[in-house]
Write a protein that binds this ligand. Structure first.
Ligand code: HEC
Ligand code: HEC
Length: 373
């Protein structure tokens, strides 16, 4: 092989490398933009899991396997009363608004004869494992968007576990309970008193953390995002000063306002009975799942599952006041850890300057800006 031929060989090799490189570059440029779509969603769900307040109670709960080990099926039974507005639970019971649930644990999804499932439910596939039931019952429409099950969900993880433990018994042949995931949980699960003590300490440990997290989320809140979150509230509420009551009471100055106190609004007896005032924390709990937090409230709004979204919204509601309540104290220190776009001093000042105004010329103003009532 002379050097000329060698050059040709090397040239050919280099050329094919170039072709490969450009194919991969081109295919990247074709396919890359598609990729972020899905992971983008997943990450949001995980963020939810990571931080958070009452949601923390939900999301940072022990795995369902662990909770089931100490669950009390007899406590789960009364929980099913709400389900029975739409479901029967007995063997061979008829379908009602929802399908009969006898033997639902480990039943393939959307498989009960004679029931007309939503296409969302049919498309989801798989079966009703303990874990799937736990996720679905936390927030049905969040977990299976498009489901026909218009039920807000059960926020308390232990309540869900009790309920699922009871559902498990409704079967000719109940599925065995799952093995707790961690060895520690497995061994304590045998000794029940210890188990529940451990769970309690886990929960009380989780609480302060959750509180800090709301405070720091408030300190770092995106008020513009919070403002756009209120669009959904405005189907039932006005936000501006002296705005009328609609389906719900006017919300101007709601932060730190005594509960059920807006003049001229006919509150539910549940809301009136609850007492206290709308602290940041109370708002956060209520807005996670209104009917879960104040059973019997007239506010038929499912709630906002995303913790950051709730904090943004609450931080914005805070600004809708003649005299905004200072942000929670620990917020200032918490915000120094995060990437603070706004210094805490500016945040707490409540100056009109960093207060977005409803009428600041945004084109996205909801229809409520011309209240009809
Ligand atoms: C307001 C009515 C309503 C309430 C209350 C309700 N459900 Fe449902 N449920 C439905 C409907 C409708 C469906 C069918 C969903 C679909 O096809 O998207 C359903 C579906 C289900 C499924 C899926 C069953 C299958 O065969 O795939 C389960 C599991 C379930 N519900 C459990 C419960 C439990 C447990 C409760 C109480 C905590 C409850 N539901 C409360 C209406 C309701
Ligand atoms: C479907 C209508 C509806 C939607 C949507 C809605 N609300 Fe409400 N809201 C109500 C009703 C009705 C009440 C009165 C509840 C009661 O008396 O039990 C209420 C009460 C409240 C209260 C208690 C106020 C007080 O004076 O005690 C707060 C706070 C609140 N809503 C915030 C919000 C926020 C924030 C949003 C948006 C994320 C929202 N609501 C979305 C209907 C709605």
């Amino acid at each position: 092989m002379n050097s000329f031929e060698l050059n040709k060989v090397i040239g050919a090799v280099l050329a094919s490398c170039l072709v490969l490189l450009s194919v991969s570059l081109i295919s990247d440029s074709i396919f890359a933009p598609v990729r972020p779509a899905k992971p983008g969603f997943k990450i949001e769900a995980k963020q939810e899991t990571a931080s958070t307040a009452p949601a923390a109670k939900t999301e940072t709960a022990a795995p369902i396997e662990t909770r089931l080990a100490s669950a009390d099926a007899s406590k789960g039974k009364p929980e099913t009363r709400v389900c029975m507005t739409c479901h029967t639970l007995d063997k061979n019971g008829p379908n009602k608004v929802g399908p009969n649930l006898y033997g639902v644990v480990d039943r393939p999804r959307a498989s009960h004869p004679g029931f007309d499932y939503s296409s969302a439910m049919k498309a989801k596939g798989g079966k009703w494992t303990f874990d799937e039931l736990d996720k679905f019952l936390t927030h049905p429409q969040g977990y299976i968007p498009g489901t026909k099950m218009t039920f807000g969900g059960i926020q308390n993880p232990d309540q869900r576990a009790n309920l699922i433990a009871y559902l498990r018994t409704l079967s000719d042949n109940p599925v065995p309970l799952p093995k707790p995931t961690t060895p520690a949980a497995a061994s304590t699960a045998q000794k029940q008193p210890q188990q529940s003590a451990q769970q309690q300490s886990q929960q009380s440990a989780a609480k302060p953390e959750a509180a800090t997290s709301l405070d720091s989320l408030l300190a770092n809140a995106d008020l513009n995002r919070g403002k756009s979150e209120t669009r959904i509230c405005m189907t039932c509420h006005t936000l501006e000063k002296n705005g009328p009551n609609k389906v719900g009471p006017n919300l101007w100055g709601v932060v730190d306002r005594p509960r059920a106190s807006h003049p001229g609004f006919d509150y539910s007896s549940a809301m009136k009975a609850k007492g206290g005032k709308w602290t940041f924390d109370e708002l956060n709990k209520f807005l996670t799942h209104p009917q879960g937090y104040i059973p019997g409230t007239k506010m038929t709004f499912t709630g906002i599952q995303n913790t950051k979204q709730r904090a943004d919204l609450i931080a914005y509601l805070r600004t809708q006041s003649d005299n905004p309540v200072p942000l929670p104290k620990s917020a200032a220190s918490a915000s120094t850890n995060g990437n603070t776009q706004k210094p805490p001093s500016q945040q707490t000042s409540g100056s009109a300057q960093n207060r977005p105004r409803p009428n600041s010329g945004s084109t996205q103003e909801p229809p409520q800006q011309n209240p009809s009532q």
